[in-house]
Design a protein around this ligand. Sequence first.
Ligand code: PBG
Length: 334
Amino acid sequence: MNFPMNGYPVIRKRRNRRTAFIRSLTNEFNVSSKDLILPIFLVKGKNKKQKIESMDNVFRYSIDKAIEVLSSAFESGITTTILFPYVEPQEKDLEASEAYNPKGLIQEAITKIKLALPRLGVITDIALDPFTTHGHDGVLNQDGQVDNDLTIEILKKQALTHANAGADILAPSDMMDGRISLIRKFLDSNRFENINLLSYSAKFASSFYGPFRDAVGSNINLGNADKKTYQMNPANINESLHEAWHDINEGADMIMVKPGMPYLDVLASLKKEFKVPTFVYQVSGEYSMLVSLANKDLNILENVVMESMICFKRSGADAIITYFAKEISDWINR
Ligand code: PBG
């Protein structure tokens, strides 16, 4: 850009901030309800709405209740959900076998939600952590290490049951190497060549996931262990580019950055470098931070949440997973 050498007083940047309509006309980014993905935590049973201690105003729902919540979200303009299960302790084992039970909670939920709300997009998490007794995203080998290739064999089975149940987009989230290509090939050989893969490409070993682990009930199982042998080092941005490059080459249709707000630089870099659909996950810890900042003042909550959404869009996010999705669409519609 080659501007003339005029400065103040000819140039006054504040002119374009003078009134609300001028600010709107010169506004660079907008957030639409259609960009938002609403996470839903599911629990077995009927007519259940369980409080999650660490996430104020977020609940675990039985499938019937989840459908009510999702219909009202759909009416307000939300087009997509992402499902997570709370798995009962007695259903967990070392091999995560409940993950690929065709009659499991998630599989049943997918079918019932698609039946009730056929136009609502359903994304599912492809990962084993809710289902393992040790809380890791993979199965362990004899040395107690998370075994990459054994884990992928189970992910493939999990993915196929979700596809069979009617999921629209599968989201492998465990950072195992090669999972995108192996899941893609397996789905294709089972005639699911049209189901999309949303890869968590840049998922960091973050301390912002705490409340989520409470919500899906993996915190007790994980104990003091961490996920640093598979999730990425928060210090590494070059590595996130390599991860995304591999995932795109392996057949990912969309990529994701997670967490969101502390990783806007990663989001912006991936979008700029690859120009593929790039999503961001505003995770549970970010949710709780914003809720406590607002301290029950709904005006403050709206302002900080909407600011965080604009910052995601400005950094290149195409879609945003956020626990505030319903509130945001209500604010937008008002
Ligand atoms: C793991 C998974 C995690 C989240 C979603 N899927 C993180 C983890 O436990 O490592 C976190 C989401 C959030 O914090 O909101 N498969």
